[in-house]
Design a protein around this ligand. Structure first.
Ligand SMILES: *Cc1c(COP(=O)(O)O)cnc(C)c1O
Length: 471
């Protein structure tokens, strides 16, 4: 090794020396020492590697300790921060799967606090004083809200789909339209889920059109189920047709086959009353005669991650008693949050007002406009001439694979903090406390008002103050 490289490598400080340096020391409380030391070690190893291998022309004359410390400080601070933490969703996508889908209602949070901090009735029957089932807590409520004969709550909807196929059609055939062989979020592909469940897929029809006789011609003595899947995150438009559920149900009855619908989002309220597009509700799907309806707890329902399976008693019981159900059972935090959320549905106006997902979806644009102007004024006042902010029209999305082509008219703040470019500002906002997730459109950074929660506003202001102070 040439002498310059060897000298620079020797100049690299020891881990302990760095951790004791006045620049870093205040950021390293004793309980974080191990994590901080690991972060320093990783950085030093990368530096050593670089010094040993970079082109000779790139070698610095001396090691720059100050810039090394500046590089280490945020890494050490990150060691003190939880990885899974709150962010401000300023994207305008309401059910944002990457950002945790639905924020929970206050009633759900309060009930989690109560149940999780104490012992609970999770599997205890208070009336009899003996063992109970966790699967009994929500069934009555779901019957009341949806009219379903029976209900089972699972860990998530993908699990519910696997379980339904396994328990009801393992080793037998399931007929599904080619137009519904969907992939959701990259990790849920219906053909793969089907293969995993042990059911045999019989695709019928063409991508854009499937007719009742396509289903009928595919029925054999091996057929167990007709499956309908909500196309979720895409729409086939133009020259299309799919078989309406009631016709599929009639066909199923004639051949003694189960009819199952994976609704995906599973809406419990007709949102067309609030200006959104009509989406078949869970209640309508059950009324149309589906034997089993499956949907998520954290999409349009606005609750925690869960999979709900509702339908005929005999069918739901086959799921409930299947061994796989033990592996897919929901935990007590899920059940608690879901029960509290579902209770809000007993009074529709209360559900709309108190469930954040529903509130954000139905928020009138005139109100968003008013809020946007208020926020812009208050940011200008608090942050002075360092920030340029303007209220502009924006288009939000439902997200979560629900109502994919529906655009939600919204308002956004177009934000600039010179001399940062929009991508630089976007990156700084992501590193703010709390992180702010914005979007860039036509070279402008936008903060969409539709997905801001009430307590995001002070946090947003503080975070922007931090960004300006760091310029
Ligand atoms: C979202 C979705 C799923 C998966 O539900 P998770 O609750 O995320 O597991 C399955 N099917 C459809 C049609 C969906 O939209």
């Amino acid at each position: 090794m040439d002498p310059d490289r060897a000298r620079l490598l020797r100049q690299l400080p020891q881990v302990d020396e760095l951790l004791r340096h006045p620049t870093l020391l205040p950021a390293v409380p004793p309980r974080l020492r191990v994590l901080a030391a690991a972060a320093v070690r990783r950085t030093l190893a990368a530096k050593r590697q670089w010094l040993a291998t970079c082109p000779a022309a790139d070698l610095p004359a001396e090691l720059d300790l100050k810039s090394l410390l500046q590089e280490l400080l945020p890494k050490i601070q990150a060691a003190g921060t939880a990885s899974l933490r709150r962010v401000i969703n300023a994207t305008g996508v309401v059910i944002h799967t990457n950002l945790g889908r639905s924020p929970l209602a206050a009633a759900a949070l309060a009930q989690i606090q109560e149940v999780a901090a104490h012992y609970s009735t999770l599997e205890y029957d208070l009336a009899k004083g003996e063992r109970g089932s966790r699967h009994d807590h929500l069934e009555g409520l779901l019957q009341e809200i949806t009219g379903a004969e029976a209900a089972l709550v699972l860990n998530n909807n993908a699990g519910a789909v696997v379980l339904a196929l396994r328990a009801l059609a393992q080793g037998r055939e399931v007929i599904i339209s080619r137009g519904q062989l969907v992939e959701i979020g990259g990790s849920f592909r219906l053909p793969e889920i089907m293969a995993e469940s042990g059911a045999l897929m019989r695709e019928v029809g063409a991508t854009n059109k499937t007719h009742l006789h396509d289903y009928e011609q595919a029925i054999t003595s091996e057929t167990a189920m007709l499956l309908k899947v909500h196309p979720s995150n895409f729409r086939i438009t133009g020259f299309t047709s799919e078989v309406p559920l009631p016709e599929l149900v009639a066909l199923g009855r004639r051949y003694n086959l189960l009819v199952v619908e994976d609704l995906g989002s599973g809406c419990l309220i007709d949102l067309s009353r609030y200006g959104l597009e009509r989406e078949p509700t869970v209640q309508e799907t059950l009324k149309a005669g589906a034997d089993l309806v499956l949907f998520s707890g954290d999409k349009l329902l606005g609750g925690p991650q869960a999979g709900l399976a509702l339908g005929e008693r005999s069918v739901v019981d086959r799921l409930r008693h299947h061994p796989l159900t033990r592996a897919l059972r929901p935990d007590k935090l899920t059940l608690t949050a879901l029960e509290a959320t579902l209770r809000l549905y007993l009074d529709e106006p209360q559900a709309i007002a108190d469930i954040p997902t529903l509130r954000m979806l139905t928020h009138p644009v005139a109100e968003l406009d008013r809020q946007a102007r208020g926020l812009a004024r208050s940011l200008r006042r608090a942050l002075g001439p360092g920030i340029q902010v303007q209220v502009v029209p924006s288009i939000g999305r439902v997200g979560g694979g629900a109502l994919p082509q529906v655009s939600l008219p919204s308002r956004a703040l177009a934000l600039a903090i010179p001399p940062l470019s929009p991508p630089q500002l976007e990156a700084r906002l992501r590193r703010a406390q709390p992180p702010i997730i914005a979007r860039i459109e036509q070279d402008t950074l936008l903060l969409d008002l539709r997905t801001l929660l009430p307590d995001d506003l002070p946090a947003l202001k503080a975070a922007l103050q931090g960004v300006i102070a760091a310029i």
